[in-house]
Design a binder for this molecule. Structure first.
Ligand code: UDX
Length: 467
């Protein structure tokens, strides 16, 4: 079974949210492909929801070990005491408090089970919102790493804020522009919204900043980004931190051999691809706001009418909890017309790679941002909060592969931006830039590319530690 070494065992620990699971699982597969055994874990409650995909992969193998490149991957979950009948079990405050109290003993047990089974953990890697996982690793004498699931620019911004290393907007000076090394000047309209005095989401701000309290316990800090995309930001933060922030992305998987091992929290609708197959080349507008963003009723109405008035075919992901905000009769109208498609969850990377796609109307979550860069698709950016705002700025103003929708976006603006991104005077140049970035992004993660070499080096470092 390949060159898997039972002595080298990486344990990946994920916060239970789609935007965290995807990049961590993708990194887990890349590490496994280099030879080691990898265990991927998250909460039992979430494990049950994602295990359909994991189980499908397991079913094709002869044990719970899934071959990935030269190594092996397995799933195991820890019970954080979630009551599956509690309708508030996913509320962020409640989830964070439960994980903080029940997570450490449950994770410790899981790690001890690995030792008893003859596969002691060589290294633990966790993603944001689980700072306590680093303490568990430290207590058990296991080296640890963190995967930052947003851009290096955003890491740097939070880091400078947390350590009071720059002047940010305050109640007194709300219009202040922030100057950080390696980044363009950022006004309040460009900063992660959690850092503005007007931020209404205090728990999210707190949990993001809490990570910086014990991040120095990690021996490696990885970022889901690539050197070529954010070279200045990576260089500048390296000068600030005792250990570098290492690019290992873009953690995308379209076209990768292991793309069917997934952690979708909802079932992707296969009819998306069947429908895209019937559309003309470069004609379809794909629309998605990721897994957690809630739009207001008026935002949904404007988006719906803007898309319809554009006259272009569209594929729109409308999650179940947003459906009731669609204009009355809209779904029926779309269905009767047969020109566009509404779904609850799409196989997003396959959609982005499809030849009939023209552009992506996106909320600019970092995973979606990297996925569109790696697919070479121009964006129409409608960021809502947090890191989505700087992601949109970089996509549109720095890399030149997106058009920014004003907020709030009226339907006429939506039509204008769709035209600008597909038929406008800059559309062709934008597509050319998008294709250039696609090549650079792909090269970073193929064998011998900048991020691939960093992953290889990490596995070698841990191998030396174990030996
Ligand atoms: C969250 C935050 O909102 C975001 O700001 C942060 O950068 C990451 O964590 P989310 O809003 O879910 O993420 O967006 P995003 O980062 O884009 O992640 C969504 C993931 O779900 C992507 O990997 C995307 O491919 C996937 N997806 C989305 C699907 O597979 N199908 C869909 O229909 C929609």
């Amino acid at each position: 079974m390949g060159e898997a070494s039972p002595l080298l065992h990486f344990l990946f620990v994920s916060f239970p949210a789609q935007g965290h699971l995807n990049p961590l699982l993708r990194l887990a597969k890349r590490v496994a492909s280099k030879g080691p055994l990898v265990t991927f874990c998250t909460t039992l409650d979430l494990g049950k929801r994602i295990s359909a995909a994991a189980a499908a992969a397991v079913a094709e193998s002869d044990s719970d070990l899934i071959p990935v490149g030269h190594g092996l991957l397995r799933f195991e979950f820890f019970d954080d005491g979630t009551d599956p009948t509690d309708p508030h079990r996913d509320d962020l405050d409640i989830l964070l408090a439960r994980l903080e109290s029940n997570g450490p003993p449950a994770l410790t047990n899981l790690i001890n089970r690995q030792t008893e089974a003859g596969r002691p953990v060589s290294c633990l890697i966790n993603n944001p919102f689980l700072p306590w996982a680093l303490n568990v690793a430290e207590n058990l004498g296991i080296p640890s790493a963190v995967l930052w699931v947003q851009s290096c620019a955003v890491f740097s911004t939070y880091y400078h804020f947390h350590h009071n290393l720059a002047d940010f907007p305050t109640e007194e000076y709300p219009d202040r522009t922030v100057n950080l090394p390696g980044l363009p000047p950022m006004g309040p309209e460009d900063l992660p919204t959690f850092l503005l005095p007007s931020n209404p989401y205090k728990p999210l701000k707190n949990v993001i900043l809490a990570q910086f309290k014990n991040i120095s316990k990690a021996r490696w800090i990885f970022a889901n980004s690539f050197e070529e995309l954010e070279r200045d930001a990576f260089d500048a933060i390296a000068a600030r931190l005792p250990i570098p922030v290492i690019p290992v992305g873009p953690l995308v998987e379209a076209g990768e051999p292991q793309e069917k091992i997934k952690a979708d929290m909802w079932k992707p609708e296969d009819r998306c691809i069947e429908w895209l197959d019937k559309q003309e080349k470069r004609s379809v507008v794909y629309v998605s706001a990721g897994s957690i963003v809630m739009l207001t009723s008026s935002e949904m109405q404007e988006l719906a009418f803007g898309l319809r008035n554009s006259g272009r075919p569209f594929l729109w992901v409308v999650r179940e909890n947003l459906r009731e905000l669609l204009p009355k009769g809209f779904e029926e109208e779309i269905e009767a017309e047969g020109k566009s498609l509404l779904v609850e969850w799409s196989p997003q990377e396959k959609v982005l790679a499809h030849k009939s796609l023209a552009c992506f109307v996106t909320h600019c979550g970092w995973n979606s941002t990297l996925e569109l860069i790696a697919a070479g698709v121009p964006a129409i950016a409608f960021p809502q909060w947090g890191d989505q705002v700087p992601d949109a700025k970089f996509l549109c103003d720095v890399h030149g592969i997106g058009v920014r929708l004003p907020t709030p976006a009226a339907r006429a603006e939506i039509v204008r931006c769709l035209t600008a991104a597909t038929d406008g005077p800059d559309a062709e140049a934008m597509l050319k830039r998008a294709k250039k970035w696609k090549e650079i992004a792909r090269a970073a993660v193929t064998s011998g590319g900048s991020s691939d070499r960093n992953i290889e080096r990490f596995v070698d470092d841990v191998r030396k530690w174990v030996a």
